[in-house]
Design a binder for this molecule. Structure first.
Ligand code: 5GP
Ligand code: MG
Length: 379
């Protein structure tokens, strides 16, 4: 298995051979056969497979388990699209006949543990008797949750892997060995900056010089949307009504637009995201989007100004630019309210990820700019 694997723009090299994987699964199965020996046809265990990644692992595991069990599958759509609530949706829902059962969750890989945590909390609501977790792989450097991983076949370093059921952009699942992203040659990593702050904080004003200094592509969701609106596309018409009422445009629309730009933009050193993510759900979707290619958010650069200044600056901007969504005070108030309720929680999100960098947005354009540069120069 010394062959490299080429998928889309990436090169992967072999990490774990199928012989090693087989041995690890043998070990885990042996232990499970002991622990579940008292299962009967009347009281079988439930083997709950998470699709799609665990598909090869679970098939290999099934062949080795000798106690009575019922096979089930579920699918968690990483991060919900339609609402901005941050809730995780199940594509294949858990059925109610798990009540009183001993459930074994079978996962391909536990990374941050967010998926496992969601699944376990859903199962707890279904009155199951016992929940155990079996995973082919875990990244111990990343997994910091308290949920116990009962059966772990193999531990791997914090690297992006594919194969044996795991994908890169849905490709590469169909290999019998496990491969790791070969980043020896891709040392030029893209930067992903989230430009954060309340409406009127000066994001639009500062973006230009940030883009120029760090060779970034400026992705302003507001502007992407306004250009759709101006072009009168179906998406634009849908967005128009929502924006005019001071509401947010559905997550999946915005996420789709952003991901398309990531893929189509060439010859930049990174992206400056302006107006996205706006909610925790979007932030998770962004993380998931980047994780698929072994990337992550570089930093959240946050411009902070106090509330009274928000209103003052927006009123000023309405006079200069004549933006319809800036003109009416009740629309502005609604946007500030939406910001506090749905967007502000992102501060904590990025703080926990140790990606949060706050900059005082009060002062002249030049003062704020030099504060921003002194933060961004370090990346
Ligand atoms: P978590 O929710 O624990 O952060 O991540 C679990 C899910 O993220 C996995 O089920 C898998 O879909 C994806 N994932 C995490 N790490 C990797 C990786 O290295 N390679 C691939 N292909 N997917 C991964
Ligand atoms: Mg999975």
């Amino acid at each position: 298995m010394d062959q490299k694997l080429h998928i889309l723009d990436k090169v992967f090299r072999p990490l774990i051979s199928h012989e090693e994987i087989d041995k690890a699964i043998d070990r885990v199965a042996r232990q499970m056969n002991l622990d579940y020996a008292d299962c009967t046809d009347e009281h079988p265990a439930i083997l709950l497979c998470t699709l799609n990644g665990a598909v090869i692992f679970v098939a290999e595991l099934l062949k080795r388990l000798h106690f009575p069990l019922i096979f089930k599958a579920c699918k968690l759509s990483s991060y919900s699209g339609t609402q901005s609530t941050g809730s995780v949706r199940t594509d294949i829902p858990l059925s109610a006949d798990l009540i009183g059962r001993r459930v074994i969750i079978v996962e391909d890989i536990v990374d941050s543990g967010a998926t496992i945590e969601t699944l376990v909390s859903q199962l707890k609501g279904l009155d199951v008797k016992e929940i155990r977790i079996c995973t082919l792989l875990v990244k111990p450097e990343v997994y910091k949750k308290s949920i116990k991983l009962d059966y772990v076949a193999m531990e791997i370093p914090n690297r992006f892997i594919v194969g044996y059921g795991l994908d890169y952009n849905e490709l590469g699942r169909n290999t019998r060995d496990i491969y790791v992203l070969d980043d020896t040659k891709t040392d030029k990593t893209m930067k992903y900056y989230v430009l954060f702050g309340p409406p009127g904080a000066g994001k639009g004003t500062q973006a230009g010089s940030m883009v120029e200094r760090y060779h970034l592509c400026h992705l302003s969701t507001g502007e992407l949307l306004r250009s759709e609106i101006a072009a009168g596309t179906p998406l634009g018409l849908q967005a128009k009504a929502l924006i005019e009422a001071g509401n947010l445009v559905p997550d999946e629309v915005v996420e789709g637009m952003i991901e398309a730009r990531f893929r189509s933009t060439k010859d930049v050193e990174g992206f400056l995201l302006d107006g996205f993510p706006r909610t925790i759900a979007q932030a998770r979707a962004l993380d998931a989007m980047l994780a698929r290619s072994g990337e992550s958010v570089t930093a959240c650069v946050s411009l902070m100004i106090p509330d009274p200044l928000i209103h003052e600056r927006i009123a000023h901007r309405a006079n200069i630019e004549g933006r319809a969504d800036d003109a009416r005070p009740e629309v502005v108030s609604n946007r500030v309210k939406t910001y506090h309720e749905k967007t502000e929680p992102l501060i904590e999100y990025y703080r926990q990820a140790e990606r949060y960098h706050e900059i005082d947005g009060v002062g002249t354009i030049e003062e704020v700019r030099s504060r921003i540069f002194s933060v961004m120069d370090q990346f």
